[in-house]
Design a binder for this molecule. Structure first.
Ligand code: PGA
Length: 243
């Protein structure tokens, strides 16, 4: 598989004009741009090669759910990928594995590609609980898609993002990320019959991207901070060779 780069803008930028510029400089085949909901339209009209992503969704299809956005709404808008269960949503918004499982199902059945984010905190890692945490996040996260058609299930991707590596400037080593990626593929395959692509995320930038994407077990990267800098984006895309 070709390597995939997913640019997670998080709650940035503040102005549409900046979103506009950033989208233009991120428009490469093999890239997914995930802006905040308010800029989806802005970005959608600009992208010719890159695909559109969203950073979250709600699991119900429509109705009285103030402030939420459904998978169908995103799909009808041209969104192809959605990030689900990011550690910021787990930690800041209190999303549980059960909530995330419903979102994964909703995304896949609406025809989106869902990127399930998993990763251990520093404390969990220190306490030798990494595998236990990932096992729980994955097993529950995919628990609602066992009975959906295999072709629908196959739209699932996983992003391994150790929480201690996100936004800290200290990524996981590429070798350990690759080992974890293999472990994740095996575990998911045991549950739902196929090994999904696994992205690595956490302090990826132009200095280290190559070390990750050159490994066969790492199918791409989920990038936050560096995706907001035009020059970084250019270098990262070049180093990933997906132009
Ligand atoms: P970072 O964020 O690249 O800024 O570490 C990654 C993410 O949160 O997805």
């Amino acid at each position: 598989m070709k390597k995939l780069l997913v640019f997670n803008w998080k709650m940035n930028p503040r102005k549409a004009a900046e979103a506009h510029q950033l989208a233009r400089s991120s428009d490469f085949a093999g890239v997914v741009v995930a802006p905040p909901f308010v800029f989806l339209e802005e970005v959608e009209v600009l992208l010719k090669k890159a695909l559109l992503g969203a950073q979250d969704l709600f699991w119900q299809r429509e109705g009285a759910f103030t402030g939420e956005v459904s998978a169908d709404e995103l799909k009808n808008f041209g969104v192809e990928y959605v990030i689900i269960g990011h550690s910021e949503r787990r930690q800041v918004m209190g999303e549980t594995d059960a909530i995330i499982a419903r979102k994964i199902r909703a995304a896949l059945t609406a025809g989106l590609r869902a990127i399930l984010c998993v990763g251990e905190t520093k404390a969990e890692r220190s306490a030798q609980q990494k595998e236990e945490v990932l096992d729980r996040q994955l097993t529950i996260g995919i628990s609602q898609i066992k009975n959906i058609p295999p072709s629908v299930r196959r739209r699932l991707l996983i992003a391994y993002e150790p929480v201690w590596a996100i936004g800290t400037g200290t990524p996981e080593t590429p070798e350990d990320a690759a080992t974890t990626s293999r472990w994740i593929k095996k575990l998911v395959k045991q549950h739902i019959g196929f090994a999904p692509p696994v992205l690595y995320g956490g302090s990826v930038n132009s200095q280290n991207i190559r070390n990750f994407v050159q490994l066969k077990d790492i199918d791409g990267a989920l990038i936050g901070g560096a995706s907001l800098k035009k020059l970084e984006v250019k270098k990262i895309v070049e180093l990933t060779k997906i132009k």
